[in-house]
Design a protein around this ligand. Structure first.
Ligand SMILES: [Zn+2]
Length: 184
């Protein structure tokens, strides 16, 4: 890895104590540089690294153009809709709740229940639909829930749900779109 660059490192420079640029960069690849890079990564925050991992990626302006203002504020800015504001609270038909950002099916109507919180609630997501992370608001650690495919923020999951899982996926209705099953 640490290759000798004799041709660039002239006798004259060595005598003057000068180090050619290429060698300075190689030297930077040492422990100090690793620590520096780790620090920079930390400063950029976990969102940057997480965003790089999602299958569907758009720039901020592309998301703004693709979503309504309310969808953008929840999916991309992690805001929370006013409880009781989503028409999906009253949605009782059979079907799938898909991501408003990328149309990935996230929850089945079979797992929807009335949590009386004012937000659409489910006890289980569809397989391979969501990802989670931990966020901290007012020192309270909560499990954030997002779309596995586009990273859009959906809501949170709590451990006070009904059987069979005991989980409550508390989801912003604006982050979802309802696709009713075709009539039989
Ligand atoms: Zn999505």
């Amino acid at each position: 890895m640490f290759r000798k660059s004799g041709n660039r490192f002239s006798e004259k420079n060595m005598r003057k104590g000068k180090i050619p640029m290429v060698d300075r960069r190689l030297l930077l690849a040492g422990a100090g540089a690793v620590a520096l890079l780790a620090g920079l990564r930390w400063l950029q925050g976990s969102d940057v690294e997480a965003a790089a991992a999602f299958e569907i990626q758009k720039s901020d302006s592309e998301w703004r153009a693709a979503l309504t203002k309310a969808q953008y504020e929840v999916l991309r800015l992690h805001r929370t809709e006013i409880p009781g504001s989503s028409p999906l609270n009253q949605e009782k038909r059979k079907g799938a709740f898909v991501c408003a950002g990328c149309d990935l099916p996230l929850f089945s109507s079979e797992t929807k229940y009335d949590s009386k919180t004012g937000w659409p609630s489910f006890y289980r997501p569809l397989p391979d639909a969501i990802g989670t992370s931990t966020d901290h608001v007012l020192l309270l650690a909560r499990t954030e829930v997002h779309c596995r495919r586009c990273g859009g923020h959906l809501g949170h999951v709590f451990e006070d749900g009904p059987p069979p899982t005991g989980l409550r996926y508390c989801i912003n209705g604006v982050a979802l779109k309802f696709m009713p099953d075709a009539p039989a």
